[in-house]
Design a protein around this ligand. Structure first.
Ligand SMILES: NC(=O)C1=CN([C@@H]2O[C@H](COP(=O)(O)OP(=O)(O)OC[C@H]3O[C@@H](n4cnc5c(N)ncnc54)[C@H](O)[C@@H]3O)[C@@H](O)[C@H]2O)C=CC1
Ligand SMILES: O=C(O)[C@@H]1CCC=N1
Length: 274
């Protein structure tokens, strides 16, 4: 029996179905998981969730006895209110899988017990189009089969990567968890700069989006690394060289700015541990 068949058989409980929860839910449905196997708890269900409830999804219903997975996708600040509702799943076969920023495995062990298999993961919002990347790490009770199961449900929204230490997840959060926001801001900045150089807003935005998307796809697909791809754009004494002299300035350019950006986000992830 495949992992998704087992999940279909035992069911999966999604605690919190906002931006990330709904991206995962759509990923599972597209992989063929039937709505009947999915239990969702969320005090503010979307119209889409209500429609799925009409097709058999269990919405704010009784706690399933022993689902294969309880996926925690509420905000870290909501954990205290949300976890008591599902604490009864601890100590059984259910794998607790959290995508919450900052909230450590130890917090879940307090609620569910240290014998409960727990996996902590950090996805990102390109999950909404199946192009996310999620890093994951398990507790001592999470064996290879639990990690495989966590990876299978997370693979429905993109790539997965396993970590060796839980501490790494703060850096992951600062880089890829929050990273899409940095790239979206880069698009905004490029478009604004194009406007400042005289382009109409719609044209500047179209050029900025296509440039970031195209460069991202090229970086993923090319055999050459980003440094060589950058060199390929840069003609000696040409336009790119003039631009990069500003962008790559060691004191005032992008390197120290990105370093400080990722450090601030990773630092906030460490703070959220409380
Ligand atoms: N948005 C992002 O880029 C990423 C978010 N995360 C993490 O994912 C988690 C969810 O984030 P988002 O989806 O962005 O937040 P969101 O605010 O879109 O969704 C949270 C959902 O939880 C529901 N909720 C509130 N109290 C609840 C309760 N007691 N029981 C059940 N559901 C409850 C809300 O109604 C809402 O639908 C957070 O812990 C966040 O740290 C992780 C990676 C990326
Ligand atoms: O901003 C946050 O706290 C969440 C975690 C990573 C992305 N969004």
């Amino acid at each position: 029996m495949g992992i998704f068949d087992r999940i279909a058989d035992k069911g999966i409980l999604l605690l919190g179905c906002g931006k990330m929860g709904s991206a995962m839910l759509e990923g599972w449905l597209s992989k063929g998981l039937p709505p009947q196997a999915i239990h969702v708890r969320d005090p503010n269900p979307s119209d889409r969730l209500k429609a799925l409830a009409g097709q058999g999804l269990h919405l704010n219903a009784d706690l399933p006895a022993a689902p294969a997975i309880c996926l925690v996708a509420v905000k870290p600040q909501m954990m205290g209110a949300a976890l008591p509702d599902v604490a009864a799943l601890g100590g059984g076969p259910t794998l607790v899988l959290s995508i919450a920023a900052g909230t450590p495995i130890a917090r879940f062990e307090q609620v569910f017990g240290a014998a409960t298999p727990i996996v902590r993961a950090m996805p990102n919002t390109p999950a909404a189009i199946g192009r996310g990347i999620t890093a994951l790490i398990g507790n001592d009770a999470a064996g290879p089969a639990h990690l495989d199961m966590a990876e299978a449900v997370l693979a429905a929204i993109g790539e997965t990567v396993r970590l060796e230490h839980e501490d790494q997840i703060d850096a992951v959060t600062g880089l890829s968890g929050s990273g899409p926001a940095y790239v979206f801001h880069l698009i905004e900045c490029l478009a604004a700069a194009g406007e400042a150089e005289g382009l109409a807003p719609a044209l500047a935005m179209r050029l900025a989006k296509a440039t970031v998307a195209g460069a991202g796809m090229l970086a993923m697909e090319a055999d050459e690394g980003p440094a060589q791809l950058r060199a390929n754009v840069t003609s000696p004494n040409g336009t790119t060289q003039a631009g990069l002299a500003v962008l790559m300035d060691a004191e005032n350019g992008l390197p120290p700015l990105i370093r400080a950006t990722v450090a601030a986000a990773a630092g906030r992830s460490r703070e959220l541990k409380g």
